[in-house]
Design a protein around this ligand. Sequence first.
Ligand SMILES: [Zn+2]
Length: 414
Amino acid sequence: MPQPFVTSAAARFLRYVAVDTQSDDQSQTYPSTAKQLVLLNLLVAELKEIGVADAAVDQYGYVMATVPATAGKDQVPVIGFVAHVDTSPDVSGANVRPIVHTNYDGRDLVLPDEPGLVLREADNPELAEQRGHDIITSSGSTLLGSDDKSGVAEIMAAAEYLITHPDIPHGAIKIGFTPDEEIGRGTQYFDVGRFGARYAYTLDGPTRGDLEIENFAADAMTVTFQGFNVHPGYAKGRMVSAIKLAAEFVHRLPRNGLSPETTDGYDGYVHPQGIQGGVERASIKLLLRDFVAEGLDEKARMLTDLAAEIVRPFPAASVDVVRQESYRNMKEVLDRYPEVVEHAKTAMKRAGLTPRFRQIRGGTDGARLSFMGLPTPNLFAGEHNIHSRLEWTSVQDMDKAVEVIVEICRSWAE
Ligand SMILES: [Zn+2]
């Protein structure tokens, strides 16, 4: 039997979740909340403690640090590992009391602050893979913060492991901790050049073995109907209500597919997300999602044609359609650097895992970084039921993630 890979990840994790790092999408500052800096500064102090001498936090709150290459490995491509410290604005992250449920055996896990809140294997099929493991939950009144403090703790533990095991060959390893991922601003001021890595990995995924190399391509669209308003008492034959045009447009969107409620896997959708207006003018905000850019074009064409069809019978009405790019599928970039994914696969196999490819039905900081010139797939961190009071992670999965990080470093150095 090989030695189990026991690291400092869980102990670090329990320390980090005690710090409230909720981000705030209403804030105009960067980072959006000053409390994120408490953890970011703590991480700098801890990095220095384990011997990462150049660890520093910049004016935006980004922590960057370097584990230097081992002897003779200066020519190995510089690899980075990135995780975010903030937690979702949707659920409180204040006074988190993590609970370690040791040796999980399939039993219901009751969260003491809210006895009605029970983590059951029946509702969480992924728990079945966790028999014998130690599961961490919150006490029931807050989220746990495994998204993404699991990733933070794993990267920290891996850095410590590499420093205390100089016999493991690796090139220079860059560490990046970011604020404000949950509000979509995690990479806003991230300086890829200063970070200095050629390729990177985010640790921000769910199940052990998960390797995420593709995410939605996303656009936003605003469809604005211009109607014609007159006094309703004298409107016969003249008024054209923009409210009714907008309602007709929504009504005629596809029913059996192409919507968030009716799709999963690789299927994209169009999603009316907001509507606003009056008789004179009404506009609808839509989200367009697909895994390929042509799929987005098709959806945009379909919506534009539908909007034109709606106003056609009304010469006094018109419609204006504005399409805006949100983000693109990182696969477009990663396909040009297959070695990034190959090393992750090799590392997972060495850690005894079967890599599982999963597509992200959303965006990810790694996608933004990939298009900023830093190809960055996403690896599992062991986070489940994210943005929920039923969030959980597993001590052994965290150790596995550390092992994968170490093996990625070793694989690149070979
Ligand atoms: Zn996350």
